[in-house]
Design a protein around this ligand. Structure first.
Ligand SMILES: C[S@@+](CC[C@H](N)C(=O)[O-])C[C@H]1O[C@@H](n2cnc3c(N)ncnc32)[C@H](O)[C@@H]1O
Length: 251
């Protein structure tokens, strides 16, 4: 991992399948895993151009869960005893993945079921509109670093004041005109990853994103003085992440 302008930047990018590549990561060496895998949408997720796409089609939930279970076991192995995982998913698989995490980490290691309330999207005449993703937070062991994040209060009584964040994270999704948009499909907003990284890993700690896509987690980690390792099996994603990281300086 090399720092900008020196022989040793604080980030590393790896092209490949994350289960193969995690095999060469030392056990207990990672402080935070943030994983944003395919969500079992049964679609090819397409971005701005033809090369910006990844396949999220499965024969069914059992195949998806086999894929995820192997990788959750790998993530558990690489985590330090006081490390933690944040697993990003949605209504399609969050209930299944919670059970996988209970089995691999232990139900007593459950910390939070975070809701990312993203705002954008359409409405439905037949059901409540879906406006959130799920982020499952589990600890590896008994101890865990946590720095409660502060967010702007929205109530009229506290307007303009800061308050501790709750388990509902109200962060707008990236809109089409946003400067941070790379074109990679399902790119997450930097503001969300900044909040999660700052809260869940100590400065100087190592963050692993095994499905790093456009590198949002790594950019948030490096900008706030953490180190970061990203893995993705798509060469276009790795190139986008590399460009973003080369332009990132610690705050
Ligand atoms: C939901 S996207 C991640 C988006 C990312 N958080 C961002 O902000 O850009 C999921 C990513 O997982 C990658 N992926 C899918 N299967 C993989 C595998 N087996 N190993 C590594 N990466 C994989 C895809 O190429 C895609 O970039």
């Amino acid at each position: 991992m090399k720092k900008k302008g020196s022989a040793d930047p604080p980030w590393k990018l790896v092209l490949g399948d994350c289960t193969t590549e995690m095999a060469s990561i030392e056990s207990g060496s990672i402080d935070l895993v943030y994983a944003d895998p395919p969500f079992a949408t049964n679609q090819v997720q397409r971005g701005r151009s033809a090369v910006q796409a990844y396949d999220d089609r499965w024969s069914g939930i059992p195949e998806y869960l086999d894929f995820m279970t192997t990788r959750i076991e790998d993530m558990h192995r690489v985590l330090a005893e006081d490390g933690a995982i944040l697993l990003h998913c949605d209504w399609r698989a969050s209930h299944h993945l919670r059970l996988v995490l209970d089995r691999v980490f232990g139900p007593e290691r459950f910390v939070n079921h975070l809701i990312w309330k993203y705002g954008l999207g359409g409405s439905s005449p037949t059901r409540f509109a879906r406006k959130h993703d799920d982020i499952l937070y589990y600890a590896r062991g008994d101890d865990r670093w946590f720095d409660p994040p502060m967010v702007l209060a929205t109530s009229r009584k506290m307007a303009g004041e800061m308050k501790k964040a709750t388990d509902v994270l109200d962060v707008p999704a990236i809109n089409n005109m946003a400067a941070e948009r790379t074109g990679w499909p399902t790119q997450k907003p930097l503001a969300l990853l900044r909040l999660l990284v700052n809260a869940c890993v100590r400065p100087g700690g190592v963050v692993l994103d095994p499905f790093c896509g456009s590198g949002t987690t790594l950019v948030a980690a490096v900008a706030s003085g953490r180190r970061a390792i990203g893995i993705d099996r798509d060469p276009t994603a790795i190139e986008i992440a590399r460009e973003r990281l080369e332009a990132t300086m610690p705050d």
